[in-house]
Design a protein. Sequence first.
Length: 276
Amino acid sequence: MLLKFTKMHGAGNDFVVIDLISQRYRLRPQDVRKLADRHFGVGCDQVLAVEAPNSPEVDFSYRIFNADGGEVEHCGNGARCFARFVRDKKLTSKRVITVQTLAGVLELRIRNRQDVEVSMGIPIFEPRSIPFTADQQAVSYQLELDGDALEIGCLSMGNPHAVLQVEDIEKAQVEQLGPKIESHSAFPKRVNVGFMQVISPEIIKLRVYERGAGETLACGTGACAAVVYGIVRGWLRESVTVELPGGKLCVSWAGAGQPVMMIGPTELVFEGTIKI
């Protein structure tokens, strides 16, 4: 079958977006791996599927697949590209779009031709709900790794995140520590790992090692998790600019019980068809 696709990115976090409303097909893990392959496929960090809603209370179903073929709960940069895609393809004329994900319902708000605001949901700190193995909930945790103890923050933004503060983002051991923390036994569903350098109370630099994808140029949920952790620790103010290798995101959080808001750009790269 020839499958139509659109290549997009949000701050360098790149996606293959598939319209499964106009096209009838069920993506298999091997299809996702082929699409994501940067040598033999299209190439991307994640594949996003646009599907008809399962409930009349939402506009679309939004499914996210990592490059390894596994389906995941949430992707903030992908959500922004999803909103731009369904508008560009005239699948909706709404400027405020609700979508169902594995993590719950998201609200996507079109601000202008490029920028989209996403209500990313309320952060979850309870260890079992992240999920993370700990005796009790804490602001930070000591993670035993190769005989050392790393101080990390743990929370869920619909998907699990561990956040480490580093002194110099350029020297952060992302490739060394990222995969070890991602697959650590304390995280039963694996984890996304953020390395955060606090520049000022309003600016951080961030690199993220994503589960199933490796280090990416940007991670929306990772940016939100880092800002929330920084606010909880007292390092950051309510609104923060997050500088990632692929670009900047604006993240704000008013505190406990409130949703995290994220604003960032979207870009269409190219469109095409691929034989599946």
